[in-house]
Design a protein around this ligand. Structure first.
Ligand SMILES: NC(=O)c1ccc[n+]([C@@H]2O[C@H](COP(=O)([O-])OP(=O)(O)OC[C@H]3O[C@@H](n4cnc5c(N)ncnc54)[C@H](OP(=O)(O)O)[C@@H]3O)[C@@H](O)[C@H]2O)c1
Length: 307
């Protein structure tokens, strides 16, 4: 059924795939734009641009009025070079904490029935080689503060009678995802970046599959869902897949276990996360086009940017 959907963060790494995915499915899409250039990009993708602050409840309420669902994929992760600075995460914390609270409050005030909120699967505790579903224990460390707040706000929305949906995404990769493009640049030099023990797992999701999951979440019941591909790879397997997709054979791999010295600051990337997607697949019928990063990286290397 076609819906009216408002998207916050629609101009970002995942958002720029979310807009066309929703438009393709026949939804009428409005998206938050912070600059005239971004507004033009949204219009070119078939959305209506709305210039409104993520922190202004009254303005958001007015912008949300008449929509059936709000999707919040706004985030402000620091660049990789500043990843380990606590200060660099403040903006992201604000977007996830204050921003998600304002989104939920405004959605309620505007009578929107459904909120879909981005979160991350890096919240789970390290479970070694065991599979992780949505009931597995989660963890609290400084970088996850914003995601915990966003999840709590979304659950409150459900408790107040709405349909609140939390999507815990795996490690994004694909064209336009800055962090993964950086890893790909290393791969071209035959360097496989391995963060943590080489036999620990990384759960990933191609940005196009993440966007398709957001569209599928329009028909999901309230709850929390893992959005990851079918086959998490070991860190060593992921690094090798990347280097091979770049047409090379791996030469150097690292830093491996040495990355553990950064403790909490890098734990979202060094821990072992073998996350399963069964709940979302069964509930919505969504399935990733790329079953693992092995296939996804080959496609990415062959066609660097396609929406
Ligand atoms: N699960 C994961 O692996 C994961 C999760 C998130 C991010 N990442 C990585 O981190 C990189 C950066 O991601 P990102 O999502 O932070 O940046 P991004 O790709 O630029 O997207 C962030 C989105 O949120 C919007 N936004 C940011 N601050 C806002 C604010 N104050 N008010 C309203 N909207 C705001 C941005 O708007 P503007 O376009 O106007 O800036 C943009 O639409 C990505 O390339 C991705 O690889 C990975």
């Amino acid at each position: 059924m076609a819906m009216r959907v408002f998207v916050a963060g629609g101009t970002g790494a995942v958002g720029s795939y979310v807009i066309p995915a929703l438009v393709r499915e026949g939804h009428e899409v409005t998206a938050l734009a912070r600059t005239p250039e971004k507004a033009s990009a949204l219009t070119a993708q078939g959305a209506t641009a709305a210039s409104v602050s993520l922190f202004d409840r009254a303005a958001l309420t007015a912008a949300f009025t008449g929509h059936d669902a709000v999707v919040n994929v706004a985030s402000a992760l620091p660049p990789v070079a500043r990843f380990m600075s606590a200060k660099a995460w403040r903006n992201n914390d604000r977007v996830r904490t204050e921003g998600s609270a304002a989104v939920v409050d405004a959605a309620r005030a505007a009578g929107v029935g459904r909120v879909i909120q981005e979160s991350v699967s890096m919240l789970y505790r390290d479970q070694g080689a065991s599979w992780i579903d949505e009931d597995a224990p989660i963890d609290r460390f400084p970088m996850t503060r914003g995601n915990h707040a966003a999840e709590a706000n979304t659950h409150e929305f459900s408790e107040a009678g709405g349909t609140g949906i939390v999507l815990r995404f795996g490690w994004f990769y694909g064209p336009g995802a800055a962090h993964s493009e950086l890893l790909f640049a290393q791969a071209r030099h035959r360097i496989g970046v391995v963060l943590g023990p080489p036999d620990s797992y990384v759960s990933s999701i191609h940005v196009a599959d993440a966007a398709a999951a957001v569209a599928a979440a329009l028909r999901a019941p309230e709850g929390t869902f893992n959005i990851v591909d079918d086959e998490p790879l070991t860190k060593r397997g992921y690094a090798d897949a990347l280097v091979r997709a770049a047409g090379k054979t791996p030469w150097v791999r690292g830093p491996g276990r040495a990355a553990l010295v950064f403790g909490d600051r890098l734990t979202s990337l060094t821990r072992s996360l073998r996350v399963g997607n069964a709940r979302f697949r069964t509930t919505t019928g969504w399935a990733p086009h790329y079953p693992s990063a092995r296939e996804g990286w080959i496609a990415t290397a062959a066609r660097p940017y396609s929406l």
